[in-house]
Design a protein around this ligand. Sequence first.
Ligand code: ZN
Length: 391
Amino acid sequence: MDRRGFTSGLLGAGALLAGPAPLFAETDPTPVRTPYGGPNVIVIRFGGGVRRRETIDPDHTYSPYLRHVLARRGTLFTNMRIASQEGIVTSHAQGTLYILTGRYDRYVDVEARIFSERYEPKAPTIFEYLRKVYRVPRHQALIVNGEDRVNEDFLTFSTDHLYGVDYRSSVLSLHWFKLYLVRRRLRENRVSARERERLEKQLAELEARNYRPDAPDRQAPRLQDFWRRWRRHYGDSGLVNPRGDRLLTELSVRAIKELRPRLMMVNYQDPDYVHWGNLSHYTRAISIIDQGIQRLVETVEADEEYRGNTVFVVVPDCGRDNNPLMEVSCQHHFNSRSAHEIWALVAGPGIARDVIVDRPVEQIAIAGTVAQIMSFGADQSEGEVLAECFA
Ligand SMILES: [Zn+2]
């Protein structure tokens, strides 16, 4: 029996025992949790793999806001690394999981399919730790994703049996908008028979992307309201809304205004287009992320509840090669030394300002540092807490 069949079999048995109660009711798994009163945290994955040179090197940066403005208001770790050990991969989903869990676990596809990257976090993510301790609803624990790596939309909860799906985060991405839209349209009367057939096929394709059947792909009601407003603004075509990493900024700004997230991770990715061999795609994408960060900071500062109560944590998923034999030296990120070299910036209330730390630190320190800022335990995280930013 495949995983999906096995799991739905289990769910079927459970439903039989439990009677006709809805399987996926939005129940509160830990009713005693206290309300969250600490600072909001926005983790920005400066993603798609970037080198230090084009981001935090003050003389060569394409990200001037990050390097010359935001870094002055926070603590910049210029020598963060992804550890060099067997099984540790300098790539996008892996780096994201190292950030989310605070561990360098090895990952293989859920069905061990080659070139398929359907991973499951093995240890709790920072979202699960937060939601297990505090009463933070799912729509305020958000991951904002791009449109190219739908697999990453399912990195929302771990397989740890004490945490897992009850404490998962929600995702805002075009994949989720399409799911919302197709389901809505199928309920509308004016859809022709032919169109209905097309939509049903599209829905089946979208649903098949979910490789984690224990997580139903139904979104919380507040998120459906979010998409309803998005649709009213941008329509159905998908051609009017911003694309690429600009889309992530737009989704994140709207999320701050409409959903009031406590913990949000924004997974930028477009510098990775340099895989195709054009350096300007890379440098331009870095500038677009920089503008996105500036807009997010300005959105926070214009908001009475977020201003002075929101910490930004910016970190790449991985570095990139520095290969002089290639025409574009940073085209890939093949586990070279430079692909392990990243950095992190922490900025906001309670964080030391205008400090540069150049001792070696690890990417897996991000989870414990977020845990410290938000006052929850991340007991399975193996990274240190970046103490200098609290000095
Ligand atoms: Zn890549």
